[in-house]
Every structure is written in structure tokens, then in C-alpha cells.
Design a protein around this ligand. Structure first.
Ligand code: NDP
Length: 278
């Protein structure tokens, strides 16, 4: 599986697994745990969750799914902006660790910007790093101006990723944020890379490309995100079948003709667009 190098030199798999809305329904629990385990078996070892998801239910599900294989997983979770004060961040992280049944997370993200000054959250992240509770930290839903402000309060190379919405329907970041992050060597973690399983996967362009490659539209969407070597994509799959299909997208190389067909239906940005968020 293709890998992406973080600013501290650690490499992670370019395909990971999202977990939003997993753990919400007791009826799906076994299937969701099996899906995450199947994804890990296929090499998608980056697992993304957040204290917000299901009010902790997603973290609890992830904790169960990775029991006995913690060392094989690169675990990502997020602090809510309303908890992101100096002491609130530490408390939130400790509660996440308890739900995840682990004593450290590999990457801890600020879920989006709130009212707490960035310097205060960064101070808490640094304290958590020193305490060994997080291995590194990053941000989510930050636009270029936020990244610049962050660069003013954090050590160079300290922010490991910025997790943002990225798929053919939402590619405004190609105009400015992606070049900025490339220049500063901060990977993009692409969320909702499958357009949440909606219209994107029914697009004629993706269907046509999928047919040419003997693949499916979800795999085309993932291969599209991974065409950039500064991107980690974290699709969410609720079944083992979807997880296994998604992992195979790492082997799909799109041709210039495929990329042109996607550009025709989902044009790249020509000017600055406000950062899209879900
Ligand atoms: P995705 O774009 O990953 O789409 C998930 C949907 O796609 C589900 O309905 C899933 O169905 C379907 N799907 C998955 N694999 C396939 C497949 N092979 N074929 C057909 N359909 C498929 O949406 P998410 O919004 O969940 O984004 C991914 C992750 O990103 C989240 O789970 C979360 O971890 C993170 N995220 C972060 C945000 C942030 O603010 N930082 C915001 C939003 C998401 P099924 O469940 O049946 O497999």
C-alpha cells in the first residue's frame, strides 16, 4: 500500500478508515467492527475517529475493533473546539483514551476552529505530547489563513496534518490550500472522499472510468484523491465488502484521460473558494 510521510518522518498508509456514524446503532455493531478489522487486514491502518462521533460511541467501537492489534494501527481522534482550552484539551484527551482503551493516540486533531486562542490549544497539545498521551497533533477544517495563523504560534513541522473535505465535488482546496500545504510539507487528510456515498458515486464520469478499469465508482473516487502524493484519504465503510473494495483502490492508477473526464464533470477551481466543510 502506498504511504505518505508526515513532517516528523513517520510514514502512514495513504488509505485509512473513517468511523463517523459507526457505533450509533447497536444492530450494526458486529458488522462495523468486522469492517474495521477487515480494513486493517487489507492494510488500511490509519483509523480516524472523534470524541464528537456518537458522543464517544465511535471511539468505543474503535477501541473494541483494535483490541489486540493496537500496535498495527495509526489511531487518530479529535478534540471538539468547545473543549480545546489548556485544561479542557487534556481532559478531553484522557476521556478519549479511556473510550479507545489505549494509553496514547498517534495523532490528535483540533476538529475545527472555535473561540479558544490557537496558542492555548497548541500548549495543551505540547503538554499531551510530553506526557506521552499523544504522539503528534494536527488540525481539521483549517483554511490557508488559519494555517498561517497556526504557523505563527506553533513550532515549524509541529502540525502533522490538516484534515479537510476533499473529493471531486469539493476540490476548491486545489487552488490555494493544497499548494500551501505542499510547500510547508503538511499532508492533507481527505475526509468524505466518497462524497458520503451520495451523488458522487452515481456520477456518469466515475461509472465510465470504473467500467474501463473493471473497478467501481468508489474505487475511482479514492484513486482520484490518492493521485496527489500529499494526500491520505479516510473513507468510511460499514461492511467488510466495502472496506476490502476500498483498499483495492490503492492499486488503481488513473490515466490522463480518466483525470480529464473527471475535470470535465467536476471542474477544478479557478479562483479562491471558501473552505467547504461538512
Ligand atoms: P465517505 O465519503 O467516506 O462515505 C461513506 C459512505 O460511502 C457510506 O455511506 C458508505 O456506505 C459508502 N461506501 C463506503 N465504501 C463504499 C464502496 N466501496 N462502495 C459504495 N459505497 C461505499 O463519508 P464520511 O463523511 O464518513 O467521511 C469519511 C470519514 O472522514 C468519516 O467517517 C470521518 O472519520 C471523517 N470526517 C471528518 C470530518 C471533519 O470535520 N474532520 C467531517 C466528515 C468526515 P457503508 O457504510 O454502507 O459502507
Amino acid at each position: 500500500m502506498k504511504r505518505i510521510t508526515l513532517p516528523d518522518g513517520t510514514s502512514v498508509t495513504a488509505l485509512g478508515q473513517g468511523t463517523w456514524m459507526m457505533g450509533d446503532s447497536g444492530a450494526d455493531r458486529r458488522k462495523e467492527i468486522a469492517a474495521l478489522r477487515a480494513g486493517i487486514d487489507c492494510g488500511m491502518t490509519v483509523i480516524d475517529t472523534a470524541e464528537m462521533y456518537g458522543d464517544g460511541a465511535s471511539e468505543e467501537l474503535v477501541g473494541e475493533a483494535i483490541a489486540g492489534r493496537r500496535g498495527a494501527v495509526f489511531l487518530v481522534t479529535k478534540v471538539l473546539p468547545s473543549n480545546a482550552s489548556r485544561s479542557g484539551t487534556v481532559r478531553a484527551c484522557e476521556a478519549s483514551l479511556e473510550r479507545l482503551k489505549t494509553d496514547y493516540v498517534d495523532l490528535y486533531l483540533l476538529h475545527w476552529r472555535g473561540r479558544v486562542p490557537l496558542a492555548e490549544t497548541v500548549e495543551a497539545f505540547d503538554a499531551l505530547t510530553r506526557a506521552g498521551k499523544i504522539r503528534r497533533w494536527g488540525v481539521s477544517n483549517f483554511d490557508v489563513d488559519d494555517m498561517e495563523e497556526l504557523a505563527g504560534v506553533a513550532d515549524a513541522g509541529a502540525c502533522a496534518v490538516n484534515q479537510v473535505l476533499y473529493n471531486p465535488e469539493h476540490r476548491g482546496i486545489e487552488f490555494d490550500l493544497m499548494p500551501w500545504q505542499r510547500e510547508h510539507q503538511i499532508p492533507i487528510m481527505a475526509y468524505s472522499p466518497l462524497g458520503q456515498g451520495g451523488r458522487l458515486l452515481r456520477s456518469p464520469a466515475l461509472a465510465e472510468i470504473a467500467k474501463r478499469h473493471g473497478a467501481n465508482p468508489a474505487q475511482v473516487a479514492l484513486a482520484w484523491a490518492l493521485r496527489d502524493d500529499n494526500v491520505v484519504a479516510i473513507p468510511k465503510a460499514g461492511s467488510s465488502r466495502h472496506a476490502e473494495e476500498n483498499a483495492r483502490a490503492a492499486d488503481l492508477a488513473l490515466t490522463p484521460e480518466d483525470l480529464a473526464a473527471i475535470d470535465a464533470d467536476f471542474p477544478p477551481p479557478r479562483r479562491k473558494e471558501p473552505l467547504a466543510m461538512i
